[in-house]
Write a protein that binds this ligand. Structure first.
Ligand code: GLN
Ligand code: ZN
Length: 756
């Protein structure tokens, strides 16, 4: 039972933490580089937390999430909290260094794995446990951050990853089922709740996003057990179980029945699916995630209020909230002085979303009079957005409507293979790379000089051409068969295209944490996508002019551009994907006309957008594949289409990979020992495939023998006629010396295996 009966009306589920000007990124990286000490890192972090807590308090949230700050990642924080670090890391004495070693590794200690957080582009550290892991509570961080917040007069609600999600996302090193350990964690969570209550917390938030995935009956039983037991704990704060990123379905009544005081439901990602079940909540506080925590659009107030009112009128106790943590959106619009005013009026970043939560709660609980002005501004903005002509460009819509099946198919793969082989005359086991070459200091300096206006476009182009010429010469000298231009002109594989397409806008400070100190700045896709001019043709044809060998044209695919942008929410993503695909298709046609014989369309984010519920997956895969095929079927059958996929567990999308129908697919495989090839065989895949033969995430140069062994292994699954030889991914984060050495070994290994 909780200490005292309390309630609240307005909150968010978590806050961004990297700093409005990426202060934490700089502090952490300076600490890693030995330029500042731990005290300075703590000072910067405390200042960021104080600013954020007081701003949420002053904005009028009557319950404020606390402890969503992290030096690196909240799953890693939870592993520390539960004493679940592997022994190799525990051997490091200093607490902070041990923490960062777990995240990033050291010379001698391998880091924990990292993978994507549900269907977002945020990466968490994967806890490593085994049947023998002895959990123990280390509550210093949540307790300290709670005290800090209470001292500031903040109505603090500590946020902790819940036991089910923690275990579901953990991996075991001994094949045991992580969820078997839930019984060991419950008492630790019980103790933690008691200590938080003792320290003055009235509420605690246990994050359980795993509850929006398909759970087995045994897993559901575990959920019920965990929360029944925790709810029965004496002397504890009130418990909010926070779910997000999808619909709960039958898990909602199950949770409510356990006796926890509140459940957070995501009414953005989950739509209205949980509305009916939510209406029958009696007693449980419904934390209604109605303000989109993952996208940047200002809320449309009337439909939102209608849904909230419906719940309230059904007798439900409702608090208004963001749909998930605000970790996934930028801090504040006020920094965006360069954005067009009209577009800016349509947007809400973190601070603005907190305001939206506040006035929606006021409108719901106290009537609309007190917030009439906020409501009017929001209504006007939404109306203005929908009236903007850039959201409906007739030419694009007409062209898409006129396309039929004949426009998106190619000849059978076998026919294409013959035509392409005649045109290209490549050897068996052709060698190539994934696209980017090292982004040298020289390239970054040129880009910065161009951004500051110190050099003009012509000088910038001259410098980029010099880079291209060097990379082409290097590849010729190494003896690769299919060359690339090296992508020096691209800051980022999505932003580069977004900057050249109409319908996108770029932010100045819209940084979002991707992992650790790494941030991305997703473009805002607000309108219909139009390609005013070719985007890559000059660079590729310049590269091709330098060599008789084929140079691959390099494009980013529609699904990846969609996944790594803030996307318009006024039409289904499938429609937006088709528009992007059309622009990419036009680019492939122009590349082909300029003499490019091979075009690669990268889709590294294909797996990321896969819906969390199995029932939703076929529909997604159908439109994602269709978009890729639309983008790649405008070229002749003699033009070879490549794609590249990475950062993924391919299991669930293996069928879709085949349906992409790319002539050649390069795919991350080095770390998973080529297992993906067996998976492809199992579904009868018979197109070209380039399983990455070495891992580019490490600076280590692979030996000829190692690569030879990888290739021999690949040949057990793939006939030589279909096998390509390439690294796992692009080389932009590596140094030139190691790249050159690695690729020489790759070419030598291919030659050795061809002999055989
Ligand atoms: N062509 C891109 C590169 O080589 C692909 C990057 C990626 O897979 N994320 O950098
Ligand atoms: Zn890749």
């Amino acid at each position: 039972m909780p200490n005292a009966e309390t309630t609240f009306t307005a909150t968010v589920l978590g806050a961004p933490r990297i700093g409005p000007r990426r202060e934490l990124k700089r502090a952490v990286e300076s600490y890693w580089a030995g330029r500042v000490d731990a005290a300075e890192l703590h000072r910067v972090s405390a200042a960021l937390r104080t600013a954020q807590l007081t701003s949420m308090r002053d904005a009028g949230l009557d319950s404020v999430p606390v402890g969503t700050f992290s030096y690196y990642d909240h799953m890693l924080d939870t592993a520390v909290l539960l004493g679940a670090l592997p022994q190799r890391v525990l051997d490091i004495d200093d607490r902070l260094d041990r923490y960062f070693a777990a995240a990033r590794g050291t010379e001698t200690v391998a880091p924990l794995e990292m993978t994507k957080w549900f269907d977002t582009n945020y990466h968490y550290i994967v806890p490593e446990i085994a049947a023998g892991t002895r959990f123990a509570l280390h509550p210093e961080k949540p307790l300290a951050e709670l005290r800090e917040a209470l001292d500031l007069g903040v109505p603090a609600r500590p946020v902790i990853v819940g036991p089910v999600t923690f275990l579901k996302l953990a991996k075991t090193t001994d094949d045991s089922d992580p969820l078997d350990r839930v019984g060991d964690l419950i008492p630790l969570y019980g103790q933690l709740l008691a200590q938080l209550a003792e320290a003055g917390a009235q509420w605690v938030q246990l994050d359980e996003p795993s509850l929006v995935t398909d759970l087995s009956p045994a897993e559901l039983a575990a959920v019920e057990t965990v929360y029944r037991i925790l709810a029965a704990t004496t002397a504890r704060p009130s418990i909010l179980v926070a779910t997000y990123f999808g619909r709960l379905g039958a898990t909602l009544p199950l949770l409510a029945g356990t006796g926890v005081e509140a459940v957070a439901v995501d009414f953005v990602a989950g739509g209205d699916a949980d509305l009916r079940a939510a209406r029958s909540l009696t007693g449980t506080l419904l934390v209604a995630g109605i303000v989109d925590g993952r996208n940047v659009w200002r809320i449309d107030p009337d439909p939102a209020l209608a849904r909230l009112t419906e719940l309230r009128d059904a007798g439900v106790r409702v608090a208004v909230s963001s749909s998930c943590s605000l970790l996934h959106v930028p801090y504040s619009l006020t920094s965006e002085t360069g954005l067009e005013d009209r577009l800016k009026s349509w947007l809400a970043f973190g601070d603005e979303k907190i305001d939206e939560v506040r006035w929606l709660a006021t409108a719901l609980h106290e009537g609309q009079d007190g917030v009439a002005q906020q409501l009017e501004v929001a209504r006007t903005a939404v109306r203005d957005r929908h009236a903007d002509a850039r959201l409906r460009v007739a030419d694009v819509r007409d062209r898409l409507a006129a396309l039929d099946a004949g426009d998106t198919g190619r000849a059978p793969a076998e026919e294409r293979r013959t035509l392409q082989q005649d045109r290209l005359g490549l050897p068996l086991l052709p060698t190539t790379t994934i696209g980017s070459y090292p982004q040298t200091g020289r390239i970054r300096l040129a880009r910065a000089a161009r951004a500051r206006g110190e050099i003009d476009a012509a000088e910038y182009a001259r410098r980029m051409r010099a880079e291209i010429a060097e990379v082409v010469a290097l590849q010729e000298e190494i003896g690769l068969d299919v060359l690339v231009h090296g992508e020096p002109e691209r800051n980022d594989m999505v932003q580069y295209f977004a900057e050249q397409l109409d319908g996108f806008a770029a932010t100045a400070w819209g940084w979002v944490q991707s992992y650790g100190s790494r941030c991305v700045r997703p473009p805002i896709l607000f309108g219909d996508v139009v390609r005013p001019a070719p985007m890559t043709v000059d660079w590729i044809s310049y590269a091709q002019s330098l060599t008789p060998k084929p140079v691959k044209g390099m494009l980013t695919g529609p699904v990846t551009i969609l996944a790594w942008s803030f996307v318009r929410d006024d039409q289904p993503p499938a429609d937006t994907a088709r528009q992007i695909a059309l622009a990419i298709r036009d680019e492939t046609v122009d590349l082909e006309a300029s003499g490019t014989a091979i075009i690669q369309v990268d889709e590294p984010a294909l797996r990321e957008l896969l819906p969390l519920r199995h029932a939703d997956q076929p529909d997604y895969l159908a439109w994602a594949v269709a978009a890729f095929r639309l983008a790649t079927s405008g070229v002749a059958d003699a033009t070879q289409v490549h794609t590249h996929l990475c950062y993924s567990e391919f299991g669930e999308i293996i069928g879709a990979i085949a349906e992409l129908d790319a002539d050649v697919t390069s795919i991350e495989a080095a770390r998973s020992h080529m297992e993906v090839l067996d998976d492809l065989n199992a579904i009868g895949f018979d197109l070209g495939v380039g399983p990455g033969v070495y891992d580019i995430h490490s600076p280590r140069v692979p030996s000829v023998d190692e690569i030879t062994a990888s290739l021999r292994q690949a040949l057990k699954a793939v006939p030589a006629q279909r096998l390509w030889v390439n690294p796992d991914c692009g080389l932009k984060t590596r140094g030139t010396a190691e790249v050159s050495a690695s690729l020489r070994n790759l070419v030598a290994a291919a030659a050795a295996v061809r002999q055989f």
